[in-house]
Design a protein around this ligand. Structure first.
Ligand code: PMP
Length: 320
């Protein structure tokens, strides 16, 4: 019983089982052997970029489906470009390496995949130039990162999102996640489930590590890429579903007080998936329950990511 509980907790936290494999220093190794030095540049200065990718287990097909592999690696290569990290691989090759890691792990459950491109040099001196390049990827079994059934109670954070001219949020830079950590922990300490962060000029940017959508007057609204958001892959998927379902879309800046009066609100991300928000700053969103547009998008999304909808079959790659 205690062992079972520990197993469930590990699954929730994304801890690695003994069977985990990684791609590290150009080869496949047990995850326990993928280790870096305390002098590693990226560990000292945050000079890396990463992705979070999910693979969904479909029991009926006895198949693991990796979601949006190409899109994640294309985004990672864009982050690399900003950080002057040159990898000797294309997005397609990185996807192939990831599939091999997943095959070696052999998980038959939902999975979280974490690729990282980074500066591996064991050297003092903060910069981006005259440094080496490294790539690693590992995978762990993973359940729901946020309780998506109950609805989130969120608070607008006093921490602002990093600005494009300070640390570009458009790139998924390891060091910039201290900004998300500040917002998340303050939200937690204030009794909220999640934080919403504003841009430097006070418009809504996104959640701590999720994109944001609201419904106003029946229209689905989300901030633009220029509002210091990460250009989320799940955000793109939600926009595709909305288009296909005939839901009107607006991509524009959102005021903080629009969050208080909108009909529906939800957060999206690889980890968060589609997470309905039921209150903001102690004000109920709509009727305080998941609204119809959120429910529709969520329903289509969860079937699509498991490879169940022919229309969205190109989103997933079978692992086995
Ligand atoms: N914003 C931030 C800051 C994030 O870290 C994430 C998670 N990667 C997202 C948005 C959602 O992006 P995606 O849908 O690509 O996971």
């Amino acid at each position: 019983m205690v062992k079972e509980l520990a197993k469930t907790e590990n699954l929730r936290r994304g801890a690695a089982p003994e069977s985990a494999w990684a791609y590290f220093e150009g080869g496949y190794v047990p995850l326990a052997e993928a280790r870096v030095s305390v002098m590693t540049h990226a560990f000292n200065y945050g000079t890396g970029c990463f992705e979070g990718i999910r693979a969904y287990w479909n029991a009926a097909d006895s198949q693991l489906y990796a979601l949006f592999l190409r899109e994640h690696y294309e985004r990672m290569l864009r982050s690399c470009k900003l950080l002057k990290i040159q990898l000797p691989h294309s997005a397609a090759e990185l996807a192939e390496i990831t599939l091999e890691v997943l095959r070696r792990c052999g998980y038959r459950s939902d999975v979280y995949v974490r690729p990282i491109a980074y500066k591996p040099d064991e050297i003092i001196g903060v910069r981006l130039h005259d440094l080496g390049n490294a790539f690693t990827v590992f995978a762990v079994p993973f359940g729901n990162y946020i309780d998506i059934e109950k609805g989130l109670k969120v608070g607008v954070s006093s921490w602002r999102r990093v600005d494009d001219n300070a640390i570009p949020a458009r790139a998924k830079i390891t060091g910039s996640y201290i900004n998300a950590a500040f917002a998340t922990t303050d939200a937690h300490d204030s009794g909220y489930d999640e934080a919403i962060v504003l841009t430097q000029d006070g418009h809504v940017s996104e959640g701590s590590a999720e994109n944001l959508f609201m419904v106003r007057d029946g229209r689905l609204v989300t901030p633009a890429g220029t509002d210091n958001i990460l250009e989320g892959i799940t955000r793109g998927a939600v926009l595709s579903i909305a288009r296909d379902e005939g839901i009107p879309i607006e991509v524009r800046s959102i005021d903080r007080t629009e969050l208080y009066i909108c009909e529906e609100l939800f957060l999206t991300g690889t980890g968060a998936q589609i997470s309905p928000v039921t209150s903001v700053d102690h004000r109920a969103v709509g009727d305080g329950v998941t609204g119809p547009i959120t429910a529709k998008i969520k329903d289509v999304y969860f079937r699509a990511v498991k490879g169940m909808l022919p229309r969205y079959r190109s989103w997933v790659t079978p692992v086995f």
